[in-house]
Design a protein around this ligand. Structure first.
Ligand SMILES: Cc1cc2nc3c(=O)[nH]c(=O)nc-3n(C[C@H](O)[C@H](O)[C@H](O)COP(=O)(O)OP(=O)(O)OC[C@H]3O[C@@H](n4cnc5c(N)ncnc54)[C@H](O)[C@@H]3O)c2cc1C
Length: 439
């Protein structure tokens, strides 16, 4: 109930922040009406700009904002709503030009006057921002470079848009209205400083030290850290943290899920797969190295979905948050039944098998483990291939209790497993997934 109210509260605040500025522009006398389409186009511009500013706050990792939804859901929402904001902003000149074709000449980035140029440049920055976000991989742009470029383009676009609003004039002739937009946009941009400046200052006082980096399977490692001079970090099983090596101000920070039990706060473990620049450096990290954590984040946790039992579905490195949930259940003496369906390519990729088997022995009630190998070795008697609907139906628990399903793995796997469960009649509200792919 409390969570539903919180979600509703934030959703209402979001709507007020997006629509409120437009309503403010009408207070104290709107300019002389210039026809429906012109005023409609202005409204689109203001709505789009307000939505853009709210994006800065959305991605600033304020825990109060992200906690009810989970930061991955917020990032997903940011992608969709950010694109919508850009389309709304682009519709502003399009409507104007359709209504008055003579205005087309003002869309020349080098022509027109400062009022039009600032608007056109802002729109160009926004189009670039959307293109780079959608084509980052084909363009082979590293995540870090893309992220810096994304923030700079967003700030440039918002700054130019405010200049455009001021220079165009009619709605902000009252000084307080221009001041409002300036402060509104500046506050939005300041929010971006929160994860870059304020959070790192807090993290600096709570460093961690690497205890060991242990191999688990082919290209999979466990990073073990312990707090230095503080009591550690409390988290819910299934959550994750942004990990930074050496400096809390490093822009090279990566989200990794805790693999350890949330009952142990003084020795934290992360399961990490080597996939690129950062993760490939992990095996060379020496014990004693400093680590800084921004977390916990995320809503993918059994603590958020109280249920009579669970079915976990993991693909590859997606096992990490699920392992944390299983370890926590056992440490808590949780008697609810759990079943894990865990798919990997080959036996060499089957990380944490020994740990899972040990958990099965310690489980106070039933913990079922189903391994699925895409390329099984000779003599393998377990499941093979991919996780299909047939396989899920075969292993769906028969007892008459309601179970929640938690899925983590590669994006295509999550999509197909989610769809298979829906076809099996599992209600959408009982299906929960965590995607490791934010962009
Ligand atoms: C909520 C969440 C939890 C995750 N948990 C785990 C985990 O437990 N174990 C694990 O091995 N991996 C996990 N990941 C994925 C992990 O963050 C990336 O594999 C890692 O950041 C790759 O960095 P790289 O420089 O080695 O590879 P790169 O080649 O630079 O990146 C590979 C891909 O990882 C993603 N990525 C890279 N850097 C970042 C970043 N700073 N922030 C967000 N995404 C990034 C991008 O999609 C990129 O295309 C998780 C991701 C998310 C979003």
């Amino acid at each position: 109930m409390h969570r539903t109210l919180t979600v509703l509260g934030w959703a209402s605040l979001y709507s007020i922040l997006v629509v409120g500025p437009l309503v403010l522009m009408l207070i104290g006398g709107a300019p002389r009406a210039r026809g429906f389409w012109i005023e409609f186009s202005m409204a689109l511009g203001f709505l789009g700009l307000a939505q853009l500013v709210v994006q800065f706050v959305l991605i600033a990792r304020f825990k109060r904002v992200t906690a009810p939804y989970g930061i991955d859901a917020i990032m997903y929402y940011h992608r969709q709503v950010g694109t919508l904001a850009v389309l709304v902003i682009l519709a502003h000149p399009v409507v104007l030009v359709i209504h008055e074709p003579a205005m087309l000449s003002l869309l020349n980035p080098a022509g027109g006057n400062w009022a039009s140029r600032t608007g056109v440049w802002s729109a160009i920055a926004l189009v670039l921002l959307v293109l780079l976000s959608n084509f980052r991989r084909p363009l082979r742009l590293s995540y870090e470079r893309w992220r810096i470029g994304h923030a700079v383009l967003a700030m440039v676009a918002a700054g130019l848009a405010v200049a455009h609003v001021a220079l165009i004039g009619p709605y902000v002739t009252a000084g307080w209205k221009f001041a409002f937009w300036t402060v509104f946009v500046a506050l939005g941009m300041t929010a971006l400083a929160y994860p870059r400046l304020i959070l790192p200052l807090c993290e600096k006082r709570r460093p961690f030290r690497v205890v060991e980096v242990r191999p688990e399977a082919e290209r999979v490692w466990t990073l073990v850290v312990e707090p230095v001079g503080h009591e550690g970090l409390r988290f819910e099983p299934g959550q994750f943290a942004w990990v930074k090596m050496e400096s809390p101000f490093s822009i090279d920070e990566h989200p990794f899920s805790f693999s350890s039990s949330s009952e142990l706060t003084e020795r934290l473990e992360f399961g990490i797969k080597e996939v690129g620049d950062f993760t490939r450096t992990l095996p060379a990290v020496q014990p004693g190295a400093r680590v800084y954590l921004d977390g916990p984040h995320g809503a993918f946790s059994i603590d958020r979905v109280p249920s009579a039992g669970y079915v976990f579905v993991a693909g590859g490195i997606g096992i990490v948050p699920i392992l944390s949930m299983l370890r926590t259940m056992i440490d808590r003496g949780d008697r609810r039944p759990a079943r894990l369906i865990y798919a990997v390519r080959s036996l060499e990729n089957l990380a944490y098998r020994d740990d899972l088997e040990a958990l099965r022995l310690r489980a106070p009630t039933q913990l079922d483990l189903v391994y699925v190998l895409e390329q099984p070795p000779e003599g393998w008697t377990g499941e093979t291939g991919w996780i299909t609907r047939e396989l899920l139906e075969k292993h769906w628990p028969r007892e008459r209790i309601t179970r929640d399903v938690l899925i983590c793995g590669p994006d295509p796997m999550i999509t197909s497993v989610d769809s298979a469960f829906r076809h099996m009649g599992v209600p959408a509200a009982r299906l929960h997934a965590e995607r490791f792919d934010l962009v």
